[in-house]
Ligand binder design. Structure first.
Ligand SMILES: Nc1ncnc2c1ncn2[C@@H]1O[C@H](COP(=O)(O)OP(=O)(O)OP(=O)(O)O)[C@@H](O)[C@H]1O
Ligand SMILES: [Mg+2]
Ligand SMILES: [Zn+2]
Length: 157
C-alpha cells in the first residue's frame, strides 16, 4: 500500500463556508449551532476533529452552499473565539475573517442560575455583558451570575 492511499480525501467545496481553527472538541457544538442536524439538507458537510495545526490540534467544519448569519457567528465566537471563517467561492477562499465575541449577548444564551428572573415565567430575555475575552466570560445583567466555558456552550439557545 502506498502512503497516498491512506490519506482521507475531503471533497473541496465549490461555494460555501469553512469554519477553521475551531477549538478541539467543539466541532459538534458548531454543527449544532448551524442547525445542520435538524435540517433535511442536501449539501455536503465535512467535519474534521482533532487534526494537526501549527498551534496544536483543532477541529474544522466545512459547509457547502451556505454562509453564516450574525447570530451563528456570535454563538461560535463565545465557544471558540479563535475561529476563522473562510468564505469559499469558485473553490477559492474569497474572504477570511476572525470571529469576535460581541460586547453584549442578548437572547442566545440561557442564564445558568435557575432562580434568575430570565428563567421564570416572565417575558424577560436573558442578557449578558461580556466581561472577559480570555476565557470568554459573560455576566447576567439580572442576577450577575458569571458563566464561561462549558457553562456557555451547554446553555446556548
Ligand atoms: N475549496 C475548498 N473546499 C474546502 N475547503 C477549503 C477550500 N479552500 C480552502 N479550504 C480550507 O479553508 C481553510 C483556509 O484555507 P487557506 O488556503 O486560507 O489556508 P491557510 O493559509 O492555512 O489559512 P489560515 O492561515 O487561516 O490557517 C483551510 O482549512 C483549507 O483547507
Ligand atoms: Mg491553516
Ligand atoms: Zn441571570
Amino acid at each position: 500500500m502506498n502512503t497516498d492511499s491512506k490519506k482521507i480525501k475531503i471533497s473541496p467545496i465549490k461555494k460555501g463556508t469553512v469554519i477553521d481553527h475551531i477549538r478541539k472538541g467543539q466541532a459538534l457544538k458548531v454543527v449544532k449551532i448551524l442547525g445542520i442536524m435538524e435540517q433535511d439538507i442536501d449539501s455536503v458537510v465535512s467535519i474534521a476533529m482533532n487534526v494537526d495545526s501549527s498551534s496544536g490540534r483543532k477541529d474544522i467544519v466545512k459547509v457547502e452552499g451556505r454562509e453564516l448569519i450574525h447570530e451563528e457567528l456570535d454563538k461560535i465566537s463565545l465557544i471558540s473565539p479563535e475561529v476563522t471563517v473562510n468564505i469559499i467561492d469558485d473553490y477559492k477562499v474569497r474572504d477570511k475573517h476572525r470571529v469576535k465575541p460581541p460586547k453584549m449577548v442578548k437572547g442566545i444564551v440561557r442564564c445558568k442560575n435557575t432562580t434568575c428572573i430570565t428563567n421564570q415565567k416572565e417575558p424577560v430575555e436573558p442578557e449578558f455583558e461580556v466581561t472577559q475575552g480570555k476565557p470568554v466570560t459573560i455576566k447576567c445583567l439580572y442576577c450577575e451570575r458569571e458563566m464561561r466555558g462549558e457553562e456557555i456552550s451547554e446553555n446556548l439557545r
